[in-house]
Write a protein that binds this ligand. Structure first.
Ligand SMILES: Nc1ncnc2c1ncn2[C@@H]1O[C@H](COP(=O)(O)OP(=O)(O)OP(=O)(O)O)[C@@H](O)[C@H]1O
Ligand SMILES: [Mg+2]
Length: 339
């Protein structure tokens, strides 16, 4: 499948998974891949402590107004128009943070309450309301995502979701409110969010996992829960940090050293042998988990290599997005959408 066809399957792609599996890194890699294919991309960060900018070579944390992470045709950070209604140019990645408080301010302003909204916020009444209506914060944030999706300012909106446990609540809050409330503007907002989440042409989830036992167990459980409780369509599972096979790793270090005509200290040879066995075992264990994932979760997989590096910067981002793109190209066309 062609990269732009893949990225056009739904305008919103929520990238979710267990804590620390590489969600933010995969958001950056997907954004880079889509921009390389000429698409306009908006990354939405929810927790405001994202390192998504770092992968693009940007130091500062993202603000509500956002930042340009990649300008068209270059990876340099550029000036940008902070108004959130301006269309993002093709080949560009922008990012912004959405917090419940900001989303609420905007919601109140849109409903003619702009003058009192600041005062309501500073009086702390919002916390009281939030306590009384479970899930209101999630609904406000997703309501804002829906508004962005509807505005059409970007071809692809990538949402860096909270870690799995919270994602489940985050995505099921709207459904809960629709069931509980009889009417009113908030119920309408929740109903709009449910409509977004349950339409595979508008919104899908890409789950990220590591090729290890516990993360694989969790991703399988999360996938079924997301389908059953939220009714959201799942795109391919991204298997991050896969050890790539190394040629010649099946030859014992001693034989390889002898064949190369090297005279190494025995302690060096035994250290090499240990490293060889470690890497080989690790690779085999990962392959086993990847096969199990394929058996237990009938979704396509996109494999991304583990990079031996201290941090992910623009060079690494290029490699990761290249690996994703290669995976996408080998997906059948059209990709199956599970419902
Ligand atoms: N393929 C990879 N190769 C090497 N390092 C990686 C890879 N993917 C992610 N990392 C590193 O692993 C760490 C965790 O990644 P990341 O922050 O993307 O995870 P996360 O799922 O967003 O975490 P959190 O749940 O805390 O938001 C980071 O230091 C990141 O640079
Ligand atoms: Mg993250």
């Amino acid at each position: 499948m062609d990269v732009s066809a893949f990225c056009s399957q739904s305008r919103v792609l929520i990238v979710a998974g267990k804590g620390g599996v590489g969600k933010t890194t995969m958001v950056a890699a997907l954004a880079h891949m889509a921009a390389e294919a000429g698409m306009s991309v908006l990354v939405v960060e929810l927790e405001g402590r994202s390192s998504v900018g770092a992968a693009f070579g940007l130091d500062e944390a993202l603000g509500y107004d956002g930042a340009v992470l990649r300008a068209a045709g270059a990876t340099l950070v550029d000036d940008h128009d902070p108004s959130d209604t301006a269309a993002i140019p093709p080949g560009t990645v922008q990012a912004r943070t959405i917090t419940p408080d900001d989303a609420l301010l905007e919601y109140l302003a849109d409903h003619g309450l702009k003058r009192i909204s600041k005062r309501l916020m500073s009086s702390g009444i919002v916390d009281i309301v939030a306590g009384a209506i479970p899930g209101i914060r999630d609904i406000l944030v997703l309501g804002k995502v829906k508004q962005i999706e509807r505005s059409g300012i970007a071809d692809l909106v990538l949402v860096d979701a909270p870690a799995t446990g919270h994602t489940m609540t985050f995505l099921s809050s709207a459904g809960g409110l629709v069931d509980a409330a009889r009417g009113g503007p908030l119920r309408n907002q929740a109903a709009d969010v449910v409509a977004l989440l349950s339409d595979p042409a508008r919104c899908q989830v890409a789950l990220v996992t590591l090729p290890e036992e516990m993360p694989v167990n969790e991703v399988i459980e999360a996938a079924y829960q997301l389908e059953d409780k939220v009714g959201i369509a799942l795109g391919p599972v991204i298997v991050n940090a896969c050890h790539t096979p190394v040629a010649g790793l099946d030859v014992p270090a001693e034989d390889a050293v002898a064949a190369a005509g090297l005279a190494l200290d025995p302690s060096v040879v035994s250290a090499l042998e240990e490293a060889r066995q470690f890497r080989q075992t690790r690779h085999q264990l990962q392959e086993e988990q990847i096969r199990r994932l394929a058996r237990e979760l009938p979704l396509s997989q996109l494999r991304v290599p583990f990079l031996f590096t201290a941090a992910i910067g623009p060079v690494e981002l290029d490699l990761l997005s290249g690996a994703l793109a290669a995976g996408v190209k080998s997906l059948p066309d059209p990709v199956e959408v599970s419902s």
